[in-house]
Ligand binder design. Structure first.
Ligand SMILES: Cc1cc2nc3c(=O)[nH]c(=O)nc-3n(C[C@H](O)[C@H](O)[C@H](O)COP(=O)(O)OP(=O)(O)OC[C@H]3O[C@@H](n4cnc5c(N)ncnc54)[C@H](O)[C@@H]3O)c2cc1C
Ligand SMILES: NC(=O)c1ccc[n+]([C@@H]2O[C@H](COP(=O)([O-])OP(=O)(O)OC[C@H]3O[C@@H](n4cnc5c(N)ncnc54)[C@H](O)[C@@H]3O)[C@@H](O)[C@H]2O)c1
Length: 444
């Protein structure tokens, strides 16, 4: 316990990059403070993963019911306002639950906006000074907004997650995670969706032949894709909006989602007062998540690195800092395989080495035609395939799958990739049958 400062460790931000490690750290007797300007829990529970997956579940179910037509009787469709209400009910309890988790562990939560005064002092809401031995910047990202005329007429992902009145026509700028996941939901809920692409590439971090299958499926369901859109202007047009793009072409729409990426929350943080180095990609850290200032660290989405900006990465970094600060480790951070998935319908999930990298290394890449595998036939999944990459010694080093249950299939294979199991070790492990995990493992 520090005698010189208010806290041993002070976190700025209360998202996954903080609370997953801050609570167990406080339980070890380290004095912990957490400053949060918004809702405790940050993006993922309140306006990210949890909120999104609650809205997506009926979408996934509706797709399944469509495939089972004839066996399942009656038409199933989504009541969007009820879906929004259900989502809200589920996520409303999360900030209080996470607050209790932190406080019961002994951490103190301070509400307000934090700004560095010096490298041991943070000022909250321009009034209260809080001091700490170590400070962790875990301020996350916020939506990027297009720098064009009328940009204020667009909306961000949080607005969409709260949109009770789904417009007839909805236009999404950007074809990354948010653009594609939200297009899937809005299309299934009955909106006429257009996606305007920056280039001609959708979901650039995923295996492109699988991305093309998702794009083709969405097109067959009525989603329009406009490539190389070069969006120039938004304007109000009665109750609607006009988007000007390319060489003066126009598109009328009822609602605009600007899904052009996310940028680090580093403004008004007083970083210039302490000299922490950063750029537009985030805060620079070393292998101990330490910035160029010895006692200041950073974790989660706000860190500048090549990792996917996803909750498991923030969680792992938070747990690492907990181990470092409590003296359980002195080692640099060693990341495990970090899986990722885009929750389209079907999903695309991946972990470890990409197919393209596997090809470059001349590794063995096997293709599993899952649509014709009995477990997926049961589910009547028309789009289902996976690729597995084995290195020259027969270790599974990467997997990517497109299917409705791709996230669970990839989750099941993570131990094999992380711990470099050979085929004999894979053969030693038998799963519960019949399950999607068994099906994935069986082919590893
Ligand atoms: C729409 C959407 C869907 C997503 N879906 C998924 C998904 O399905 N799976 C997945 O793994 N990831 C998903 N993500 C990403 C995931 O939400 C993030 O990777 C994760 O929340 C990062 O956690 P973090 O703690 O680094 O940042 P955040 O959760 O953003 O927390 C940062 C916190 O810092 C606070 N803060 C900022 N500046 C200050 C300041 N100066 N003073 C005080 N407090 C401050 C903010 O209010 C915020 O609460 C999604 C993201 C979005 C936007
Ligand atoms: N399933 C998940 O894990 C999940 C889901 C949602 C969000 N997220 C996280 O949130 C982050 C943000 O998501 P996102 O979809 O906003 O970002 P993204 O980086 O995935 O996609 C941004 C998209 O905007 C496009 N774009 C950029 N500038 C543009 C312009 N001027 N005109 C048209 N298009 C433009 C890009 O080409 C890209 O397609 C992701 O990186 C991810 O880490 C994760």
């Amino acid at each position: 316990m520090s005698e010189k400062f208010d806290f041993d460790v002070l976190y700025i931000g209360a998202g996954h990059a903080t609370f997953d490690g801050a609570a167990p750290l406080a339980e070890t007797g380290v004095s912990v403070g957490v400053i949060e300007s918004g809702l405790v829990g940050g993006t993922c529970p309140n306006r990210g993963c949890n909120a999104k997956i609650a809205l997506d579940e009926p979408v996934k179910m509706t797709r399944e019911a469509q495939r089972m037509q004839g066996i399942v009787k009656g038409n199933i469709s989504i009541d969007w306002p009820k879906n929004i209400d259900h989502k809200q009910e589920i996520i409303d309890v999360l900030p209080d639950g996470l607050t209790a988790r932190l406080e019961n562990a002994g951490a103190k939560i301070i509400k307000g906006h934090a700004q560095f005064k010096d490298n041991h002092t943070v000022v909250v809401d321009d009034k209260k000074e809080v001091t700490a031995e170590k400070i962790v910047i875990a301020t996350g990202l916020r939506p990027h907004r297009l720098d064009i005329e009328g940009t204020e007429l667009g909306h961000d992902s949080e607005d969409f997650l709260n949109l009770r009145d789904l417009p007839e026509k909805l236009t999404i700028i950007g074809s990354g995670y948010i653009g594609m996941e939200f297009a899937t939901m809005a299309n299934e809920a009955g909106a006429d969706v257009t996606i305007m692409l920056h280039s001609n590439k959708v979901l650039r971090k995923f295996y492109q032949p699988y991305v093309q299958k998702v794009v083709d499926d969405l097109k067959s369901r009525g989603v329009t894709f406009i490539e190389n859109a070069d969006v120039q202007k938004f304007a109000k047009n009665g109750d609607n909006f006009t988007i000007t793009y390319q060489d003066g072409k126009t598109l009328e729409t009822g609602w605009i989602l600007d899904a052009t990426g996310r940028i680090p929350n580093l403004e008004n943080l007083g970083l210039e007062n302490v000299g922490v180095k950063y750029d537009k990609t985030g805060v620079f850290v070393n292998d101990y998540l330490q910035t160029n200032i010895d006692n200041i660290y950073a974790a989660g989405d706000v860190v500048s690195n090549d990792l996917p900006k996803v909750t498991p990465a923030a969680y792992f970094e938070s747990k690492y800092l907990m181990s470092l600060f409590s003296g359980q480790t002195k080692d640099p951070i060693k990341y495990p395989v970090i899986p990722s998935v885009v929750f389209t319908s079907p999903r695309i999930a991946q972990a470890g080495m990409s197919v393209d990298e596997g090809k470059e290394k001349n590794y063995d890449i096997s293709t599993n035609d899952l649509a014709n595998y009995w477990y997926y036939i049961v589910d009547k999944e028309p789009i289902a395939e996976s690729k597995q990459i084995h290195d020259k010694d027969g270790h599974l080093v990467g997997v990517t799958e497109i299917s409705d249950q791709a996230e669970d299939a990839v989750n099941a294979l993570l131990p094999a990739i992380e711990f470099k199991f050979n085929r004999e070790q894979v053969g030693r492990l038998i799963g519960i049958f019949p399950t999607i995990g068994y099906a994935a493992w069986h082919r590893a």
